[in-house]
Ligand binder design. Structure first.
Ligand code: ADP
Ligand code: MG
Length: 269
């Protein structure tokens, strides 16, 4: 990979043709070193620009692993992943991840503005001073997530919902076309949830693509146009109502599910 391409954009631009998938995953299997079972088994999926995809499945079903492989945080062991028609590894600047909140060290001494500015490094290059457009992007992202008033606070002082907004603002500052959000709705307040959904919808209207892993089955029908049910392999892929059948849910979560998902708010969280 050419370092220049990675930092500044290079050839991996967003294609104008609407029929080039935002993400094309072919036959990936993955096993963590030292373990005896596959975390992912021959997963294939194609996602088009503008889609809002919910990635659902029980704990340990491989959701985080799949997102990490897409962004290159774990190395591919088999199969292929392409982003906007390019090899995923040459497209990191088009992809941004909001990591699972539990995987972030919130005790790290850094303030909100610095975290959001980290989203710009992919454009800026390390050790370069931020320019006015970087600072503008940071301000705009903080405004969108309603955290401007928290800019100088240490991230450890924030509530769970505020921390989640900071991580999303960092992703917005990155200005990626494919956004991966790993359980962004866990333990956040309703206002933050609504802000997250509103942001995803807005990005989707701009042609950007979002994949959101979540357990909140009740919220899916309203906010996502597609769902993937993962349990090491893809069990179901389709509209939310096609995917959230009682049979799929019983298979993945081990209990019977009756009625409509939106009536089961107790599933959330
Ligand atoms: P999910 O995000 O759906 O809860 P994960 O992708 O985190 O699932 O995990 C999938 C499987 O891989 C689980 O069995 C988990 O225990 C295992 N796993 C995850 N991370 C590691 C790791 N760093 N080392 C070894 N096994 C892991
Ligand atoms: Mg996970």
């Amino acid at each position: 990979m050419n370092k220049h391409n990675f930092l500044y954009g290079g050839r991996c631009t967003m294609p104008r043709e609407a029929d080039v998938p935002a993400l094309d995953i072919r036959n990936i299997s993955f096993r963590y070193p030292g373990t005896v079972v596959d975390a992912l088994k021959t997963v294939s999926v194609t996602i088009m620009p503008g889609e809002r995809v919910a990635l659902v499945g029980p704990n340990g079903s491989g959701k985080s692993t799949l997102l990490k492989l897409i962004i290159g945080l774990e190395p591919l062991q088999s199969g292929s992943i392409s982003v906007y028609g390019h090899k995923a590894t040459s497209c990191h600047h088009r992809v941004a991840i909001v990591p699972q909140r539990t995987s972030v060290d919130w005790g790290f001494p850094i303030d909100v503005r610095q975290v959001v500015l980290m989203g710009r490094y992919v454009h800026l290059g390390w050790l370069k001073r931020p320019k006015s457009d970087d600072l503008e992007a940071v301000d705009k992202a903080m405004e969108m997530m309603d955290i401007t008033h928290l800019a100088d606070k240490q991230i450890g002082e924030l509530s769970g919902g505020q921390q989640q907004r900071v991580m999303i603002a960092r992703t917005l500052a990155h200005d990626a076309d494919l956004l991966l959000l790993d359980e962004p709705l866990n333990h956040v307040d309703i206002t933050t949830q609504e802000l997250i959904f509103h942001t995803i919808e807005k990005l989707s209207e701009e042609g950007k693509t979002a994949i959101v892993s979540t357990h909140d089955l009740g919220l899916l029908p309203v906010h996502f146009n597609r769902a993937l049910f993962l349990d090491s392999e893809i069990i179901a892929d389709g509209t939310v109502s096609e995917v959230l059948t009682a049979e799929n849910i019983a298979r993945a979560y081990g209990f019977e599910f009756h009625g409509k998902p939106e009536e089961h708010q107790w599933l959330n969280g």
